[in-house]
Design a binder for this molecule. Structure first.
Ligand SMILES: Nc1ncnc2c1ncn2[C@@H]1O[C@H](COP(=O)(O)OP(=O)(O)OP(=O)(O)O)[C@@H](O)[C@H]1O
Ligand SMILES: [Mg+2]
Length: 329
């Protein structure tokens, strides 16, 4: 290992999260692991229902109703976020060290108030925001940073007077208001057309580089991961099955789920494969590796044990019995 190599800025360790529902316990996250290194953009990729949003919300301290963390830690700057009081989480983490960009730019604004009023309100709620001039000058400078046309005039307009891409720029500006060290972005481009999506990805990459931001970027699209991210974690049904540098995982995917997810992408050239079956419900998750009922390489032991994570190549970790790791159930 290199000497003085920086440790992760944010680390999720063995996080399990359950929700009590009327139909029983939903075990949504099952020993999930993730490390975000300083200054990097880390993708979180997986099919719909794999627990990506639940994982992001847990970092923000927002658990589902009747939800609880049954195991694990979320470590930021040496502190376990799960041990902080709601007031400290609100003051120092949400809208402090961590900014959040939501998925749907059409839902995020109240249609009856001017954008300026809404942004100023968000801004004043941020403990670390610069409030000189009531925050107005600072908002205008952020709107310039996100390359919104006519930033001064924008404050007096209503949400419907902006396109989807422009609204997403407004939300990115709001996420930057408290000068966070980390941005969490939950599928921020999914609601946008392909051209606008590319522009927003370019903007996010530029902002991350200029401001030295680290970013967790949730997507179900490996193409977006390839365009934007330095490193990636692949999630399946609440488990994190593989992680590592994007270039390495694209060249040598190891976990059968990663391979099949990549084979589903039109850019991979070959005829689209698809993954037979669907993601299991967290109410009745398969035992052991949750992918085993869909896995073409499954062996008997896959249903019995959760494989241990092992490092197969530099910084590429995989959680699969094919890679020599037997573990306790
Ligand atoms: N409050 C809740 N109560 C019960 N089940 C829930 C709750 N919230 C999420 N789930 C279930 O947990 C699983 C993971 O949901 P989550 O929204 O985190 O997935 P996701 O990977 O973000 O999916 P998508 O790509 O569709 O946004 C799903 O099966 C979902 O139905
Ligand atoms: Mg989601």
């Amino acid at each position: 290992m290199r000497q003085n190599a920086p440790g992760p800025l944010l680390e999720i360790r063995n996080l399990s999260l359950s929700v009590d529902t009327d139909e029983g316990q939903a075990r949504i996250l099952d020993s999930a692991n993730l490390a975000l290194m300083p200054g990097s953009i880390h993708g979180v990729v997986g099919e719909s229902g794999c627990g990506k949003s639940t994982l992001m919300r847990a970092v923000l301290g927002i658990l589902p109703k009747r939800g609880r963390v049954t195991e694990g830690k979320i470590v930021l700057g040496g502190r376990d976020l799960l041990s902080l009081s709601p007031a400290i989480l609100q003051r120092e983490v949400r809208g402090g060290q961590i900014g959040f960009i939501p998925q749907d730019p059409y839902q995020a604004f109240n249609p009856v108030f001017r954008v300026g009023t809404q942004l100023l309100e968000t801004f004043r709620a941020r403990p670390r925001a610069d409030r000189r001039d009531g925050g107005r000058a600072n908002i205008i400078s952020l709107l310039k940073a996100v390359q919104l046309p006519d930033p001064e005039g924008a404050l007096d307009r209503y949400p419907h007077q902006f396109s989807g891409g422009q609204r997403q720029r407004l939300l990115i500006a709001a996420a930057l208001a408290s000068s966070p060290a980390i941005i969490l972005a939950d599928e921020p481009t999914t609601a946008l057309d392909v051209t606008t999506q590319l522009q927003i990805l370019k903007l996010l990459r530029g902002l991350a580089e200029e401001r030295g931001l680290s970013m967790l970027f949730v997507t179900h699209d490996f193409g977006v991961v390839a365009q934007l991210c330095d490193t990636v974690t692949v999630m399946y049904a609440g488990q994190t099955v593989e992680s590592g540098p994007v270039s390495q995982i694209l060249a040598t995917p190891l976990h059968p789920y990663t391979r099949m997810l990549l084979a589903c992408h039109p850019d991979r050239g070959a005829a689209l494969a698809g993954i037979p079956g669907s993601v299991s419900s967290p109410l009745r998750p398969p035992s052991g590796c949750r992918f085993h009922p869909r896995c073409p390489s499954a062996k008997g032991e896959c249903s019995k044990v959760i494989p241990r994570r092992t490092e197969q190549a530099e910084n590429q970790d995989v959680q699969c019995v094919l890679y020599g790791a037997e573990a306790a159930a």
